[in-house]
Design a protein around this ligand. Structure first.
Ligand code: GLU
Length: 293
């Protein structure tokens, strides 16, 4: 079994005709685009509106949140949230360039000005907030474990240290890669890749025994696994997802928070047609935003 990109590429070869027949639409709703937007000169919003295009960082390998589709455009809740924000600055989805941003490079692409924002299952925390600013949170996830369906040995993080031969996979630069260490027998138990679909593939072919990251990301892989994977134990962290932007851009942060608050219906619909389609997920309420700093 191979996940996501490989699977999508193989499927794409056979699906070109039927996609063409329905106009290449990915089935997603068009997000509202505000016309004749006006922003105070000098703000990021004014600059983006004037430019008429945006570059947005997201994941390309996470079903339900950011997964590259057959048309080479990512789909998922993060993508839809980013489209709501873009739309409020008059930017339509065809004017968005999507840039794959694995966990480890998120701060860097913001600092380098390669993207206007990052929406990528991006936990707000103090260490990251030294380098960038966060709008939101717009969702709160929690770390959990995923194992093969026939694994009855691991039923939560407390079982990992007792089974030092069982390898635990996660992603470099992620909060789960830090949080899991206290539960491991030693660092040799940890396997790190750059993206989560490599962990899911490694679990599928038995190279690792456990994958750990946020529950909603794991649920996406479970639903794609056709019964091969399951989640075990309770979530053992809180992961509030923020929109990463340039450090100190308070006006942009406030604009993003206001935009989400004003578009709660679009937010809920975005969830329901993406992550909400995955078994085991629950429609969230938009959380109260944290103060912009
Ligand atoms: N939310 C966690 C983080 O930001 C895990 C998911 C991810 O790596 O994107 O590190």
């Amino acid at each position: 079994m191979r996940f996501t990109r490989t699977k999508a590429a193989i499927a794409a070869a056979g699906l070109t005709l039927s996609l063409a027949a329905c106009g290449g639409d990915d089935g997603g709703e068009q997000v509202e685009v505000t016309e004749d937007v006006e922003f105070e000169a000098g703000t990021t919003m004014a600059e983006i509106a004037e430019r008429g295009t945006m570059t947005i960082g997201t994941k390309f390998d996470q079903p339900g949140f950011g997964l590259l589709g057959l048309d080479d455009v990512p789909e998922g809740f993060d993508v839809e949230v980013a489209k709501i924000i873009a739309g409020a600055m008059g930017i339509a989805e065809e004017d968005i360039e999507w840039k794959e941003t694995p966990s480890e490079v998120r701060e860097q692409v913001i600092e380098d000005g390669d993207v206007d924002l990052v929406a990528a299952t991006y936990t707000i925390n103090e260490e990251r907030a030294q380098r960038i600013s966060f709008a939101g949170p717009y969702y709160v996830a929690g770390q959990q474990l995923m194992v093969a369906a026939d694994n009855d040995t691991i039923s939560g993080p407390e079982d990992l240290a007792d089974n030092p031969d069982m390898k635990v996979c996660t992603v470099t630069g992620s909060t789960p890669s830090e949080n899991i260490r206290e539960y491991l027998a030693n660092n040799n138990q940890l396997v790190l890749f750059d993206v989560y679909d490599k962990c899911a593939n490694a679990l599928g072919n038995g190279q690792v025994d456990v994958v750990t990251t946020d529950n909603v990301i794991l649920l996406g892989f479970v639903s794609e696994s056709e019964g091969e994977f399951k989640l075990v134990g309770e979530q053992f962290t809180e992961e509030p997802y923020g929109i990463g932007i340039e450090k100190g851009d308070t006006e942009f942060c406030e604009f993003i928070n206001e935009t989400l608050a004003e578009n709660e219906d679009a937010y809920t619909e975005a969830w329901e047609r993406t992550a909400g389609e995955v078994e085991g997920t629950e429609t969230p309420e938009l959380p109260e935003p944290a103060p912009c700093a």
